[in-house]
Design a protein. Structure first.
Length: 201
């Protein structure tokens, strides 16, 4: 892609560095901003710069926050006895969007992956143990992706939590609603059968 302006080229490259945006979309965005009044561009940049400078990570659960403690951890209406352990901040957003969970969270910042060189010391595991040691937690939900690394992480955490009087649970795994059995992989189908429960109308 040839550009008559180095400034335009730099702007296109900046947009294209974002996930899901290719060079054509980046050029379209750049030319659109160029056609708008300067204050529109400034209005877009200022919130992003402010966010990047002022955003914090919750001192309790490692979620993104505007303050030292996030709005979830500081909400006394939530169940303080349940902690849902997730890999990333995006997982919190996904679970919150279901409106089915009213407990607390803890962001690990990834999963244990020997191949990737990620060990327990690279994750926010110690701070999770500190929270459990406080004695207010009754249940720890492992909301971690069902992968080999995810299962390894769940196994490691469950072993660490054996020393505490807490119930360790995992998300139900099985056939998704609307899915067809013939297209389900053997592991998912097997787990669905093993985790079967009484039918409820």
């Amino acid at each position: 892609m040839n550009f008559s302006s180095k400034l335009i080229e730099d702007s296109v490259n900046a947009f294209a560095s974002l996930p899901g945006i290719g060079k054509k979309t980046a050029l379209r965005l750049t030319l659109h901003l160029l056609s708008m009044p300067p204050e529109i561009s400034e209005g877009l940049c200022e919130p992003v710069l402010k966010m990047r400078k002022e955003i914090q990570f919750c001192a309790t659960c490692n979620n993104i926050s505007d303050t030292v403690v996030c709005s979830i951890c500081s909400n006394t209406a939530r169940d303080q006895s349940v902690i849902c352990v997730v890999e990333s901040i995006r997982d919190i957003m996904a679970i919150e969007n279901t409106n089915q969970y009213r407990g607390l969270f803890h962001v690990l910042g990834g999963v244990i992956s020997p191949i990737e060189g990620v060990g327990p010391g690279d994750l926010n595991i110690e701070s999770l143990m500190d929270r459990v040691k406080a004695g207010t937690s009754k249940e720890i939900i492992m909301a971690i992706s069902p992968t080999i690394d995810g299962d390894t992480t769940i196994f490691y955490l469950s072993k660490q939590l054996e020393a505490f009087d807490v119930k360790v649970t995992t998300l139900a795994r099985g056939i998704s609603f609307g899915g067809e059995l013939e297209y389900a992989d053997e592991l998912t189908l097997g787990r669905s059968i093993a985790a079967r429960r009484l039918y409820e109308e």
